[in-house]
Design a protein around this ligand. Sequence first.
Ligand code: DOR
Length: 407
Amino acid sequence: MALPARADLERRGLLVVPGFVDLHAHLREPGFEDSETIATGARAALRGGFTTVCAMPNTEPPIDSAGLVAELMAKGAAADAARVLPIACITRGRRGADLADLVELARAGAVAFSDDGSPVSDSRLFRSALEYAQVAGRVVIEHPQDVSLSGNGVMHEGAASAGLGLPGMPAAAEETAVARDLALARLTGARLHLTHLSTRAAIELVRQAKADGLAVTADVTPHHLALTDEWVSGSRRFAWEGSEEDARQGAAIPYDPNTKVNPPLRTRADVEACWAGLRDGTIDAIATDHAPHASIRKEVEYQDAAFGISGLETALPLMLAGVSAGRAPLETVLRALSEAPRRILGLADTGDWIAIDRDAEWTVDALELGSKGKNTPLLGRRLTGRVVIAVVNGKVRYDAGASAAFA
Ligand code: DOR
């Protein structure tokens, strides 16, 4: 398809902006192709406006060698959809025992390092990781969680978990981990990125660290900006909506495993802190933590279900809903989805762009999602805002008009 003129698209009322960069997504290949493949994930990314998507290495085998990094990049290029960039493991096999060869992994093309899904609990090892990553010229993306404290929790610990009788993960499990991570960033002077922050206390620690001049950055997810732990109890109102919204939407049954995610959905006060962080720059980026799972891992008892929400295709409308509700200016959200993640990863601006129809209404339908992961508590929900065209490397790689799914 010929490249449309941006001015023509703008005349049609579309919003033409830089392509989004997702610095945190799970594309599941190799090893879990029943949940997602690099090709399906890269196509889902484009439909969500992400012209670049970074693949987390918690695959089987985990991406901890130069050969695996190269293989992932080749599969990403073959998908001919969003640009796929590999994040490699911090520790060999993600076992948290010894460091992977970070310098070699960076040379092979890894854009960052993370053991996401698990924190690096050994503080001495994490200190080394920060130091070696600095030598490799890459950032460490840490999943901050004190697993000895979160234990066997399956949701946020609070009134909702007490009401449901489910084991909770206290907010302090994130706060204490962030405090340790910041102390080690201070000690080493290395760049540190904290991913999927979800609690008021952790965000406050980052605010303070930034004021002290630490080279730390952070992201939040769309689901932590829009949903609360009340969703586990069956509420379906966004964090900024009133109680009448549940009556209008028809609240859901409790214990929907699609609300199970790590870190867990938090309280309204935490959600408010995430938005406040985004507004004042404490939070730099919005990242999806797209975590697709095959139905056999989700359509089970809440306690047994896998953690994760499939998020690439709903991120934009969720964030536009937040903008409409006055939670943050549009420019702030767009910057957090494109310019900020590029800066965090040190990526060059490739000039990729997308056109958005801000008024397009659509229903989240499992059959129409591009991702293999249908695990979102937004199924059946009507959302507003959709990507119409995505251009990568000067080529139209997604055109909703050409897609039967666009209705
Ligand atoms: O909910 C989550 N799912 N959190 C993580 O940290 C990992 C992810 C996954 O890989 O499914």
